[in-house]
Design a protein. Structure first.
Length: 101
C-alpha cells in the first residue's frame, strides 16, 4: 500500500516536472557562437543586420534567427525575466548585429 503511494507520487511528480520544461530547440550551424548582449555599448561598433522576434505560438531560439540573417551578436530588446517553473529568461525579441571579429 505504501509502495503504491510512493510510486504514484513519483509518477505524478515526473509528469508535473515534464509539463514545466522549456522546449529544446536544435541550434543551426554557428548559432551556438552567437553572443547575447543586453548593453548598447556591446554593439556600438557593430552593424545592425535586422530585427528578430519570436513567432506567435512558437518557441524559437533567436540565435538561429540571428545566424539566418547574417548576424553574430543578438542585442536583447524584450525578454521575460525568470519566472516560477522556468529555468532561464525567455528572449522575445532583439536586434541582430554583425560585429568585427
Amino acid at each position: 500500500m505504501i509502495r503504491d503511494a510512493i510510486i504514484l507520487a513519483a509518477t505524478a511528480s515526473t509528469f508535473l516536472l515534464a509539463s514545466c520544461a522549456v522546449p529544446i530547440t536544435t541550434l543551426a550551424p554557428g548559432a551556438a557562437s552567437v553572443r547575447i548582449v543586453r548593453s548598447e555599448a556591446d554593439v556600438s561598433s557593430c552593424a545592425a543586420v535586422g530585427n528578430v522576434r519570436q513567432p506567435p505560438d512558437e518557441s524559437v531560439d533567436l540565435r538561429n534567427l540571428t545566424i539566418g540573417i547574417g548576424g553574430d551578436t543578438l542585442f536583447v530588446t524584450e525578454e521575460i525575466k525568470n519566472t516560477v517553473g522556468i529555468a532561464t529568461d525567455y528572449i522575445r525579441s532583439g536586434v541582430a548585429y554583425r560585429c568585427a571579429k
